[in-house]
Design a protein around this ligand. Structure first.
Ligand SMILES: Cc1cc2nc3c(=O)[nH]c(=O)nc-3n(C[C@H](O)[C@H](O)[C@H](O)COP(=O)(O)O)c2cc1C
Length: 273
């Protein structure tokens, strides 16, 4: 590995002493540089950007080639503002020139079946909801990789699920379609450049042959320290990773309306057997 590659790997794990990787190329190099961008310049996107990102998204694998996802590209400022309000007032939704709303979309296959006069007995199951959600996520991540290769930045917006019925109304979504997440896209501001956020050590996430969490406590404690040091370096006030996990998940109020998802999805036409 080159010194440059080794420093990227060290940033990814917040660990200067991390063992070098034996495999490295330009794609891995770019992937390891990912960071969420929450401040954008007002530079518009070049013509054809959306289409290029969607071609990349459509190149992702899709379960049984069903392609049960869609995306709404929002550029209108007022609509972005309304979506921002629905997603917990996250200002960067308004600021980014492009806001992509990624959808699990079972409506298209339902229309195909209707044309054939066939009832889709296998559709109203939780499995279909997972199918659409997984497809949408894989497609979106391909778009993220593509946009980063073009010098653009992005941040996913899970807050779009705070009020999926409100979002459906705003985007005129038909039944059997729900917004999985949003994605703000634009040129990263150079005033507040985002940094690579260290991840858990591989020992915490990678198991060989069988799962085993035995003896992993010290791995987490070590990561708490590394992430804490990262936040200190960046002048950010944030608890350790363990504290963040607990504060994010110990109370239903942190779900901001998403605790009602099951009922909302049922009302939006998803069968959840
Ligand atoms: C599905 C999903 C939803 C997310 N939702 C939000 C969000 O609503 N607001 C936000 O600021 N960041 C959101 N993020 C970004 C994460 O906070 C971010 O990816 C994580 O902290 C790791 O940082 P990094 O992407 O810079 O490596 C989301 C990420 C994912 C994958």
């Amino acid at each position: 590995m080159t010194t440059n590659a080794q420093s990227k790997l060290a940033a990814r794990y917040g660990a200067p002493e991390v063992s070098p990787l034996q495999q490295w190329n330009e794609t891995i190099d770019q992937l390891l540089e990912h960071r969420s961008v929450r401040a954008f310049t007002d530079q518009p996107l070049p013509d054809g950007t959306i289409e290029a990102l969607i071609a990349a998204a459509q190149s992702a694998s899709t379960s049984s080639n069903l392609q049960v996802w869609s995306v709404v590209a929002v550029q209108d400022f007022d609509r972005k503002s309304r979506l921002s309000k629905l997603a917990g007032n996250q200002t960067y939704i308004r600021q980014a020139p492009l806001f992509l709303v990624w959808l699990a979309d079972l409506s298209r296959v339902s229309r195909v079946a209707e044309q054939h006069g066939v009832e889709l007995e296998a559709l109203p199951y939780l499995e279909s909801l997972l199918l659409g959600t997984i497809d949408a996520a894989l497609a979106a991540q391909n778009a993220v990789v593509a946009l980063e290769s073009l010098g653009l930045g992005s941040v996913y917006i899970g807050g779009i699920r705070n009020d999926i019925e409100g979002v459906a109304k705003e985007l005129r979504l038909p039944p059997q379609v729900y917004p999985v997440f949003g994605l703000c896209v634009g040129y990263p501001s150079t005033e507040r450049p985002a940094k690579v956020k260290p991840r858990l050590p591989q020992e915490a996430v990678l198991f060989h042959e069988v799962y085993s969490a035995v003896g992993k406590q010290n791995v987490i404690a070590e990561y708490d320290e590394r992430l804490g040091a990262f936040y200190d370096r960046e002048g950010m006030k944030a608890g350790s990773w363990s504290e963040q996990v607990v504060s994010r998940l110990s109370n239903v109020s942190s779900l901001h309306g998403r605790e009602e998802l099951l009922g909302k999805l049922a009302r939006m036409g998803f069968g959840l057997r």
